[in-house]
Every structure is written in structure tokens, then in C-alpha cells.
Design a protein around this ligand. Structure first.
Ligand code: ASP
Ligand code: MG
Length: 406
């Protein structure tokens, strides 16, 4: 007998029919002799609808109250799923975040989990119930309701699995698993059987939207095996686990991309200590996340400094940077909000040379200009013009042999 945590996302519980279908799968897992905890999201589109209502009333709604509204979506689905299970003769009990409780900090709208006490859930399991737990919800130390940020139910599920020391956390979604790249771009994209936490973190943060990043961080910290799989069939999906458990790793595991990037260049910055700090401080104070940073080695006493930010922050970042540039005596600021970032990720890159060269040659052969490069131990990212995104993903996927054999 195993203790299994299953998480079903919004698209898997989007209608009453789909909720009944989930109930069948849950009941089957229980009948096989397992203890089952189910974590669910709100019905698809529901969180957006709820947030939309608040925004119809106020441009900047109070975030504490926003969480009170947004958290209700998950309460509906746990109730409905528990009813569906009971109707099938499977004992089930719904449990809200505050009833567990999932203790978080007070950062409304994006709260972080501090602690989960397992007793309420453990007791329900002991009494023979399937525990149906609301994802996304938490409670802070003053008793206010919080939410864990968009996509937060993934993190709820992995955190509950960690707290209960579950054997596995199955994340059911509308895709079959984690792919070598976006199958909409490469028809021959291949489902990965296994991927390490480290690689998944890179892929998740690079825009492969299968798992909320924090859930992967949680899994890595507490060693929770995560199985990403489809709720519409019984195919095995992708196991996200420790590097040790993955025997042989490919040099490159996947190609990710993000189109929501923008870049800003400060031209002819005096090359003195403290200048970069002066430019990035006001950006950080405005909560703008800076990603890739490229600075040239100066020969003339001046240098150019380029960095990327999210496209939605572009206008604000331009305004802030223009002011900072004036303050440090730079010549001017230029920007471009039509750029993309394409990245290749792989654990074995650490011990293989020539990977970067292959990326550059592959892109050069297509005449794609590289606007910036950043690397980590297991990742190489290049900035390119947005219009070349699909082409770049396709040729890189091909040249690293990631596709299914034809
Ligand atoms: N319902 C929340 C959202 O839409 C949480 C989740 O689905 O994971 O972001
Ligand atoms: Mg999700």
C-alpha cells in the first residue's frame, strides 16, 4: 500500500463531467489499496473570472481581499469532487487550506508556504476517507486567507506530499508529460521519461509551463518524486526526480523558449566601479526582474551595458533606465521589445565541450543573429529577434538529435 498524492489542474476539473471522470480515477487508485490525497485547482477559467470581478470594481484591489475572492474557486471544486466520490460509494472529505492548515507568510497573491501540519489529512486517511484538498490556498499567522500565486496548486500538491512523506506526487494535466520542446513547434518533440529537478527548474523558468517553478523547488528540497501525466489517458508521463535516479543523461534534454522578453542597452557608460549598481538599483526598487546581463570589456574607458526584462515591464524599465543613465553620464539608452530567448538545457553539458559552439553554428547556418548570450552550468540561452523563435527552436532541436526517430 502506498500513499499517493494526486493533483488535477483546472482543465481536468473544468466541467461536471470531467469532475466525475477524475472521481473515477481517484476511486480506482483507492480501490487498489492506496491511501489517496487529491489536490485540485479551480475549474478552468474560474480564477480569471474571479479576479476579473474584483478588477471591475477596483483598478488596484486590496490584495488581502483579492485572495479572499480568488481562493473560493478551489473550494468549489473540492466540494464537488467529494460529492462525486461519495456518490460513487467512495468515502471522501474536502479540506480547505486553512483547515489543514497550510501556513504561509502574509505576501498576499504570491504567498510562500512556511509549514504544513499533516495531522488533519492523516486523520482523514486513517478514518478511511480520500482527502480532497484545495490547492492554491493558505492562511497566514493572523488567520487571513492567502493564495500561492498563479499555478500555485502544483506547489500545494508537492508541499502536501513532502509533509506527508508520500511515495509519489502525481500531477495530472492536459499534456502527456514534459517534452523535449513545444510539440506545437516541433512535430517530432519527444516525451521525456525522466528529467532531473535541476533541468526541470531551468525548463520551467524558461517558459515550459507544465509546473509552477516553486513546486519543483519544493520537490528538489524535500526529494519528492513528481510524476507529470495526462488525466485523459493512462500513459506513463514524465518523472521529475533526483539526478542520481536518472542513470544516463543526454547532453541536451530540451529546448525552451520565451517570447515575452525585451532588452535595453545603455550606450557608452563610463567604466567605473559602482556604475552597474547605480543602474540596477532603481530597477530592483521598482520590483523589475532583470534576467540576462551583458557588459562589454571596455578598451576606451566606456562600455555598453545590455540587459533583458519581461516585456510587460519594458516601458517602465525604459523610463527608469533613462533617468539612471543620465545620472551616471551615459550617452543614451536604446531598447527593443521584440526579442525572444531560446535555451538549451542538459545536465551532461557540464562534462561535454563544444555544446555552445554547436548552438552558434546551428543558428549561423540559418542566418539568425545572436543578440546576447548567457550560460549556466546546465543551460545556454541566446537572445534573438522574436520572428526567428520557431526556426531557432526547430533547428536546435534537430541538431542535438532530440526528436523522435522518423
Ligand atoms: N487556480 C489557480 C490559478 O488558476 C491555481 C492553479 O490552478 O494552480 O492560478
Ligand atoms: Mg497549472
Amino acid at each position: 500500500m502506498a500513499l499517493i498524492v494526486q493533483k488535477y489542474g483546472g482543465t481536468s476539473v473544468g466541467t461536471v463531467e470531467k469532475i466525475k471522470n477524475v472521481a473515477k480515477r481517484v476511486a480506482r487508485t483507492k480501490e487498489q489499496g492506496n491511501d489517496v490525497v487529491v489536490v485540485v485547482s479551480a475549474m478552468s477559467g474560474e480564477t480569471n473570472r474571479l479576479l476579473g470581478l474584483a478588477h471591475q470594481i477596483s483598478e488596484l484591489p486590496n490584495e488581502r481581499e483579492l485572495d479572499v475572492v480568488a481562493a473560493t474557486g478551489e473550494q468549489v471544486t473540492i466540494g464537488l469532487l467529494a460529492i462525486a466520490l461519495t456518490e460513487m460509494g467512495c468515502k471522501a472529505k474536502s479540506i480547505c487550506g486553512f483547515q489543514i492548515p497550510v501556513l504561509t507568510d502574509a505576501a498576499y497573491v504570491k504567498a510562500r508556504i512556511r509549514q504544513i501540519r499533516g495531522e488533519t489529512i492523516t486523520q482523514a486517511l486513517k478514518d478511511g476517507f480520500v482527502a480532497v484538498v484545495a490547492g492554491f490556498q493558505g492562511i497566514d499567522e493572523t488567520g487571513s486567507i492567502t493564495t500561492l500565486g498563479r499555478g500555485g496548486s502544483d506547489t500545494s500538491a508537492v508541499a502536501v506530499a513532502a509533509a506527508l512523506k508520500a511515495d509519489v506526487c502525481e500531477i495530472y494535466t492536459d499534456v502527456d508529460g514534459v517534452y523535449t520542446t513545444d510539440p506545437n513547434i516541433c512535430a517530432d518533440a519527444r516525451k521525456l521519461d525522466k528529467i532531473s529537478f535541476e533541468e526541470m527548474l531551468e525548463l520551467a523558468s524558461l517558459g515550459a509551463k507544465v509546473l509552477q517553478i516553486r513546486s519543483v523547488e519544493f520537490g528538489m528540497k524535500y526529494g519528492v518524486r513528481i510524476h507529470v501525466r495526462s488525466s485523459f489517458n493512462d500513459n506513463p508521463g514524465t518523472i521529475v526526480t533526483t539526478e542520481e535516479e536518472i542513470m544516463e543523461t543526454a547532453v541536451v534534454s530540451g529546448v525552451a523558449y520565451s517570447k515575452s522578453e525585451a532588452k535595453i542597452t545603455v550606450v557608452k557608460v563610463p567604466d567605473r566601479p559602482g556604475i552597474a549598481a547605480k543602474i540596477f538599483k532603481p530597477l530592483s526598487e521598482a520590483n523589475i526582474v532583470v534576467d540576462v546581463i551583458v557588459q562589454n570589456v571596455s578598451v576606451t574607458g566606456f562600455t555598453d551595458l545590455t540587459f533583458t526584462i519581461g516585456r510587460t515591464d519594458y516601458k517602465k524599465a525604459m523610463r527608469i533606465t533613462e533617468k539612471a543613465a543620465k545620472d551616471v553620464g551615459a550617452e543614451r539608452v536604446v531598447g527593443d521589445d521584440k526579442i525572444a530567448k531560446v535555451s538549451i538545457v542538459g545536465m551532461a553539458m557540464r562534462s561535454h565541450s563544444g555544446v555552445a559552439l554547436k548552438v552558434f553554428e546551428t543558428l549561423a547556418a540559418e542566418g539568425i543573429n545572436i543578440l546576447g548570450i548567457s550560460t549556466s552550468e546546465i543551460k545556454i540561452s541566446v537572445l534573438i529577434e522574436e520572428k526567428y523563435t520557431e526556426l531557432a527552436v526547430r533547428v536546435l532541436h534537430g541538431s542535438f538529435g532530440l526528436g523522435n526517430p522518423a
